[in-house]
Design a protein around this ligand. Structure first.
Ligand SMILES: NC(=O)C1=CN([C@@H]2O[C@H](COP(=O)(O)OP(=O)(O)OC[C@H]3O[C@@H](n4cnc5c(N)ncnc54)[C@H](OP(=O)(O)O)[C@@H]3O)[C@@H](O)[C@H]2O)C=CC1
Ligand SMILES: O=C1O[C@H](COP(=O)(O)O)[C@@H](O)[C@H](O)[C@H]1O
Length: 504
């Protein structure tokens, strides 16, 4: 890997502490950072390098998946870190930063390869990109790259405006838009799952698949993020980005090879085929919800409007469910159901693929549907539901599940994988502008409908699976959300008999 300067805006913030430092540390342990690597952290507050090292160390102790208890290894890691105070709006501060970056490049013999990571509020993205350019930080003999966090705009218009701002300082191939779901191992596995398993590849279309259900449910509420979340809602926070990215990754046609050009091209095709919702139909395909007080894991939790920082009469969505159609040769007539919400019954991101009844198959009514369940988060695994005859019960038909789980492997976290890719210059699992624009285009009529109050806000108690209207969305098509009524840890590496006992 090229020697690199890693310039981190927002170095004192929450994301840096919880995700970025632990990711860098684990990459360091795995020898996946360039040998010459300089990290310069930036924030508004004043910190000495020593105080900054303490801050990073504390973050590793609290959040790293592998312990930071080897002092010599930890010190070797921290050697790379320097801190500077910088106000993102002051171009003078960037000139001083340039001096530090160049000094470190000289000390470490780094050719001018510069990675700028914007872990700050999105309203700063534009000004930072333009100040990087104006101060000379962006003029390098090597490469320059920009990693930016979500959200990318708050609607189609603002996303386009932001993209124009960034484009005046960085070219598209230099911009790495993070969607951390794309770094999750099971999401990266989707393409392999299909391409390397003929039994799945053969079934991966409307010939055999009845419907696809994608759920990302969380037990947490708005936490300390009301200032942001109360203006974003589930639709901007999760749906426009993570949920549509899962949809793209699942349903794209197999790329000839898994590289940035091919994968992004195939994903764009999905978005181009996604049927746009017509104004008059939106309320038939979209459910909008907000949690009320309830109980989660035996604890009483308040309703959304009682949460600190949330407006008293807020109509913000904390849940959204949608029925989508991909009008292409492979997926036409297969409904995709997507839902995401806070304060739901369990923390779980998963895809459930429900297969059709075989043509001319037995008419045995006890037969269960074949399912392929892909658990993405926090459990990582797969199971397939099949039917068999139980020899001890007069040959009665019973569903069995064949499991595989990666949950206990302590696999690299999404941020590790993505930062590693960005340093190597591989943008396969980063979001291209075309995908962002097409996603906002699809979502925009829903935002308008919310704004105009054309979709009723449905209440759901904390600890439930969302509003009843979300169940009705599927019932109208003769389906139900799979696994909703099962034990929450249905796939928690419980296998064989023990699992069967729990099920029945
Ligand atoms: N936290 C999370 O879990 C996630 C965050 N994100 C995104 O990541 C980004 C960062 O979020 P998060 O870390 O939570 O935010 P925080 O509010 O915790 O941190 C903001 C950072 O920005 C710095 N900052 C604020 N104003 C200025 C300024 N004028 N000049 C220079 N630095 C400034 C702060 O410095 P100082 O502390 O010195 O004031 C701090 O380091 C956002 O875009 C967010 O949407 C995305 C997914 C998840
Ligand atoms: O981006 C976000 O994602 C998290 C959920 O991420 P996960 O990896 O834990 O599934 C969500 O809580 C947050 O609101 C959102 O901004």
């Amino acid at each position: 890997m090229d020697p690199t300067s890693f310039v981190l805006f927002g170095a004192t913030g929450d994301l840096a502490k919880r995700k970025i430092y632990p990711a860098l540390y684990n990459l360091f342990i795995d020898h996946k950072l360039p040998e010459s690597f300089s990290i310069i952290g930036l924030g508004r507050r004043t910190l000495s390098d020593e105080e900054f090292h303490k801050h990073v160390e504390q973050s590793l102790i609290t959040f790293s998946r592998r312990s930071a208890n080897d002092p010599s290894r930890l010190n070797a890691f921290l050697q790379a870190f320097r801190y500077r105070t910088l106000d993102v709006n002051h171009v003078e501060d960037y000139r001083k930063l340039l001096e530090l970056v160049q000094r470190r490049e000289k000390e470490l013999n780094i050719r001018e390869n510069r990675m700028f990571y914007l872990s700050v509020a999105p309203e700063f993205f534009g000004v930072i990109a333009s100040n990087i350019n104006e101060s000379g930080l962006g003029s390098t003999d090597g490469w320059k790259r920009l990693i930016i966090e979500k959200p990318f705009g708050r609607d189609l218009e603002s996303a386009r405006y932001l993209n124009e701002q960034l484009s005046s300082s960085f070219e598209e191939h230099e911009i790495y838009r993070i969607d951390h779901y794309l770094g999750k191992p099971m999401i990266q596995n989707l393409e392999i799952l299909e391409s390397s398993n003929p039994i799945l590849k053969a079934l991966w279309s409307n010939h055999y698949i009845a419907n696809v259900q994608i759920t990302a449910s969380e037990t947490v509420g708005v936490e300390e993020r009301a200032g942001y979340y109360d203006h974003a809602g589930a639709i901007r926070d999760m749906f426009q980005n993570h949920m549509l990215q899962i949809l793209m990754m699942f349903s794209m046609q197999l790329p000839k090879k898994c590289d940035a050009h091919e994968v992004r091209f195939k994903k764009r095709k999905v978005m181009e085929s996604l049927r746009l919702l017509q104004k008059e139909d939106i309320s038939h395909h979209i459910v909008r919800g907000q949690y009320t007080a309830g109980e989660i894991e035996g604890k009483h939790v308040p309703g959304y409007t009682q949460e600190p920082g949330v407006a008293e009469f807020s109509t913000n969505d904390t849940f959204i469910a949608a029925r989508l159609w991909i009008d292409d040769f492979f997926w036409s007539d297969v409904p995709f159901y997507i839902r995401t919400g806070k304060r739901m019954k369990e923390k779980s991101t998963r895809i459930v693929v429900e297969f059709k009844e075989p043509l001319g198959g037995s008419s045995d009514q006890t037969k269960a549907r074949n399912l392929l369940v892909i658990d993405i988060n926090p459990n990582e695994g797969i199971f397939i539901q099949l039917n068999r005859k139980d020899p001890l019960q007069d040959g009665k038909l019973e569903p069995i599940r064949i499991h595989y789980s990666d949950s206990e492997k302590n696999a690299p976290e999404a941020y590790e994988t993505l930062i590693f890719d960005a340093i190597r210059g591989d943008s396969t699992f980063f979001v291209h502008w075309d995908e962002v624009e097409l996603s906002w285009k699809w979502v925009q009529p829903i935002l308008d409908a919310f704004e105009e109050d054309r979709i009723p806000l449905q209440a759901y108690p904390a600890g439930s699976n969302g509003p009843a209207a979300s169940d009705q969305l599927l019932e109208a098509d003769g389906y139900t959300w799979w696994l909703d009524s099962e034990p929450t840890d249905h796939n928690k590496t419980i296998k064989g008999e023990e699992y069967e006992k729990q099920l029945h």
